[in-house]
Design a protein around this ligand. Structure first.
Ligand code: GMT
Length: 393
């Protein structure tokens, strides 16, 4: 009789019930994939799993005081002989080192580049000395397919790493379709949608509105993003400029990075006194709570975590119908979706909401219900746990 059969059975049974030792690799700074990965790690630790984070810096929302959470910083050395510093190799070495010492069951990497390649390399390195190596689960978040996947200097490397992942997930059906169309993959691609764990607004709505200099009559649209080119801030401002309402409209932009390059357009559209810009705000939820609706104009969005956050705060959303957004916002139910670039239609929807507060409130309530029924940690995290157990067995 083979010893391995005797040895393996308890291990397989054990991995089906015991808490798992999970390595999570993600980007640390502002960005949907890092936020989702951090929230997932935190939820998994609450459920009894041991979670090890790998990143170049502490992920913004990671709480190291939480039990069963560990952080392993990857140091990027700027050797003078390199023109560009390399991150992939130190990351792979750290993942292999901790993979071995902490006996990790799996690496769950968020955003394929370069994390899925680093995980593959780490597992290859571990094979020489470990009896059991971690499984690799890769979650595609968006531009790793839609942007880097289209770049011939990246695509073969991404495809190689995805083909060597034990499971592959995308955050929306739309991204699943794009991933299948972009890469030649033999395995399954599964959709596990994003979730959001809302924290309550700390400061009262009235206090924030007072700080922003708003009267109770004014209807406040809120936009929150990293204001990178694909968020199309030009169309955001043009859509807002197209809105005509009996009620005064204001737009609050919560910018995750510098807004400076958009100031000339703000002046050209003469929106200066109607648009408020706040850069690098950490209390996003307080400002969402102070708003009346959300406004988003990305040209591509695999899911739209900020849009989900807006729904959780009970605000309707006006956006372009691109990527995975229709999987989050149901047009006419919890907001309005329009063809990409149709700023006039966006303006009309804003005016409609501003002129009918009751409609805005009803749609916001439906959005909150939709978010609570479909996109909570309680709903989504067990889907990841089930995937981990399946891959382990
Ligand atoms: O491209 C970004 O805006 C950042 C990127 C990321 O990986 O952090 O965001 C993507 O992932 C988010 C979390 O899954 C999604 O909510 C965003 O829609 C997606 N962005 C794009 O697809 C452009």
């Amino acid at each position: 009789m083979s010893d391995s059969i005797v040895d393996l059975s308890p291990q397989i049974t054990g991995s089906q019930s015991r808490p798992l030792r999970i390595g999570i690799t993600c980007y640390p700074l502002i960005g949907g994939s890092g936020i989702l990965a951090t929230a997932l790690g935190s939820e998994l630790a609450l459920r009894g799993h041991e979670v090890h984070f790998f990143s170049s810096a502490l992920p913004v929302r990671l709480d190291l005081a939480q039990p069963r959470i560990f952080f392993h910083q990857v140091t990027v050395n700027e050797y003078s002989l390199f023109t560009y510093p390399d991150y992939t190799l130190p990351l792979a070495v750290k993942m292999a080192e901790i993979g071995r010492s902490a006996e990790l069951d799996l690496f769950h990497v968020h955003y394929a580049v370069p994390h899925a390649t680093a995980a593959y390399l780490a597992v290859q390195m571990m094979k020489s000395s470990a009896t059991r190596t971690p499984k690799i689960i890769t979650t595609m978040h968006g531009t790793d397919t839609t942007l880097l996947g289209q770049d011939s200097s990246y695509r073969p490397a991404i495809e190689h790493a995805l083909s060597h992942s034990d499971a592959l997930t995308t955050v929306s059906e739309s991204l699943r379709q794009e991933t299948l169309a972009t890469f030649q993959l033999s395995g399954r691609v599964e959709v596990i949608r994003n979730f959001f764990a809302p924290s309550l607004s700390v400061r009262p709505r009235e206090e924030i509105r007072h700080e922003l200099g708003l009267t109770s009559k004014e209807f406040l649209l809120v936009h929150s993003s990293n204001v990178r080119p694909l968020k199309r801030i030009d169309l955001l401002l043009r859509s807002f400029a197209a809105a005509r309402s009996e009620r005064p409209l204001r737009l609050l932009i919560l910018a995750g990075s510098s807004f400076e390059s958009y100031r000339p357009l703000l002046d050209e559209l003469e929106l200066g006194d109607r648009v408020i810009v706040r850069e690098e705000v950490s209390e996003v939820e307080d400002y969402l709570g102070a708003g009346d609706a959300g406004l988003y104009t990305s040209e591509s969005e695999s899911f739209g975590l900020s849009i989900l956050e807006t729904l959780f705060h009970g605000k309707p959303v006006v956006a372009f119908r691109v990527g995975g957004i229709p999987e989050v916002v149901i047009d006419g139910e919890c907001g309005f979706l329009h063809p990409f670039g149709d700023v006039e239609a966006m303006g009309k929807s804003m005016s409609l909401l501003a002129d009918s507060r009751e409609l805005a409130r009803e749609m916001g309530e439906r959005g909150r219900r939709r978010a609570e029924e479909n996109f909570t940690a309680e709903r989504i995290v067990p889907e990841y746990e089930a995937l981990y157990r399946r891959v382990m067995s």
